[in-house]
Ligand binder design. Structure first.
Ligand code: FES
Length: 107
């Protein structure tokens, strides 16, 4: 079972077990990670699951898709090249050890 580390907006580090059937947003919500709201349930329309991917993991996580990138641009705060929406990151074994900095809800 992959383990994902979330750094909450206040700096608290939370490492959680993630299921292969869920997204990083779902893993965060199921484990009560602070700052991941997931208002739209993972439909890529709210941007309340915005995270910065640890730079060491960027290649494995990959870039945001077009719709995701547009949503980040218009709805999220502190958007960076490493920005992703946690609901669009599907958990795989390759992501065991992934580190995500939670940005929190947008503008
Ligand atoms: S949960 Fe709404 S965009 Fe990720």
């Amino acid at each position: 079972m992959p383990r994902i580390t979330f750094i909450e907006p206040d700096g608290t580090v939370r490492t959680v077990d993630a299921e292969l059937t869920e997204s990083a947003m779902q893993a965060a919500k199921r484990n009560g990670v602070d700052g991941i709201i997931g208002e739209c349930g993972g439909s890529c329309i709210c941007a309340t699951c915005h995270c910065h991917v640890d730079k060491a993991w960027l290649d494995r996580v990959g870039p945001a898709g077009d719709i995701e990138a547009d949503l980040l641009e218009f709805e999220a705060a502190d958007v960076r090249p490493e920005s992703r929406l946690a609901c669009q990151i599907s958990i795989t074994d390759k992501l065991d050890g992934l580190v995500l900095q939670v940005v929190g809800p947008g503008r």
